[in-house]
Design a protein around this ligand. Structure first.
Ligand SMILES: C[S@@+](CC[C@H](N)C(=O)[O-])C[C@H]1O[C@@H](n2cnc3c(N)ncnc32)[C@H](O)[C@@H]1O
Length: 239
C-alpha cells in the first residue's frame, strides 16, 4: 500500500469509528454490523450505485442514522433519500415459521433482550435524529405494518431505485413482504443487508424461499462478526 492509500484507509477507518460511536445509543445492532453499514455505503459511493437508502425495521433509528451519516462523510455533495419503515410500536406476534427461539424470545417479556418487544415511537426516533444533527429534509418515515406500507410504497414508486436495502424486521412475514416488494427496486450492484439471517429461522427461510423462487444465485455473505449477512444484487458473478 502506498502512502496515499494508507492515508485514505486511515481516514476511512476514522469515519467508521466516528459513525459507530455516534449511533451507538440508538441501535441494538452490534458494532461490527454498524461498521459494515459504513463499508456498504462506501461500496455504493465508490461504484456509483444509484438509489435511495431503505431500512425496514428501524427501532430507535441508529442503523438508518449510520447510513445517513456515512453518506454525509463520504459524499456530502450527493445526499440520498432515507426511507425508514416501521410500525413504531414494536414487532407483530411471532408465528411457528419464525422458529421456537423466536416464540420463546417474544414470550420472555422480562428478559434483558426483550426491549419492550422492540417498540420505539416515531417521536423518539425523530428526537434521536435531531440529537444527531440530521436534518429531516431527506428522511421519509413510513409508519405502519409492513404488509400495508411496503406494497403501497413499491406501487407508488415503481421508478425509484434503492442502492442499500437493510432488512431488520426479524420475522418470516416481515422479511418476505420486504423482499417481494423492494428487491425489484434494488439497483444492479446494490446491497441487501439481512440483519436477522443468523438470529431467526423465519428470516433465513424467507430469504432462501425468495432467492429460490426467483432463481437468483446471489451468494449470501456473512458479515465478519457473524452478526448478520448480505448479498450484492448482480445478475452474474463478475470476478
Ligand atoms: C430488531 S428491531 C430493529 C433494530 C434496528 N434496526 C436497530 O438499529 O437497532 C425490529 C424492528 O422491526 C419492526 N417490525 C418488524 N416487523 C414489522 C412489521 N411487519 N411491520 C412494521 N414494523 C415491523 C419493529 O417495530 C422493530 O422496530
Amino acid at each position: 500500500m502506498d502512502a496515499q492509500s494508507t492515508e485514505a484507509q486511515s481516514e476511512f477507518e476514522a469515519i467508521v469509528t466516528e459513525v459507530v460511536t455516534q449511533v451507538r445509543p440508538y441501535t441494538m445492532v452490534p458494532e461490527g454490523a454498524v461498521g459494515f453499514i459504513v463499508n456498504a455505503v462506501k461500496h455504493i459511493v465508490d461504484n456509483n450505485v444509484e438509489g435511495d437508502f431503505v431500512e425496514c425495521g428501524v427501532w430507535q433509528g441508529g442503523c438508518s442514522a449510520a447510513m445517513v451519516l456515512a453518506n454525509l462523510a463520504l459524499q456530502p455533495a450527493k445526499q440520498r433519500l432515507m426511507h425508514m419503515f416501521d410500525s413504531y410500536e414494536g414487532l407483530p406476534p411471532a408465528k411457528p415459521e419464525d422458529g421456537p427461539l423466536a416464540l420463546l424470545w417474544q414470550s420472555s417479556v422480562n428478559s434483558p433482550t426483550y426491549y419492550d418487544n422492540c417498540a420505539a415511537s416515531l417521536e423518539l426516533v425523530q428526537q434521536n435524529f435531531a440529537t444527531l444533527g440530521i436534518a429531516e429534509q431527506n428522511i421519509q418515515f413510513h409508519k405502519g405494518w409492513f404488509d400495508q406500507t411496503i406494497p403501497h410504497f413499491a406501487q407508488n414508486n415503481s421508478d425509484s431505485k434503492i442502492s442499500l436495502l437493510r432488512l431488520d424486521g426479524d420475522w418470516y412475514e416481515s422479511t418476505k413482504v420486504c423482499l417481494e416488494n423492494l428487491y425489484p427496486l434494488v439497483s444492479e450492484g446494490g446491497i441487501v443487508i439481512i440483519d436477522d439471517y443468523y438470529s431467526w429461522d423465519g428470516c433465513a427461510l424467507a430469504v432462501h424461499e425468495y432467492l429460490g423462487l426467483h432463481k437468483l444465485s446471489h451468494r449470501i455473505i456473512t458479515v465478519s462478526d457473524v452478526s448478520s449477512a448480505y448479498f450484492v444484487k448482480r445478475k452474474h458473478r463478475i470476478k
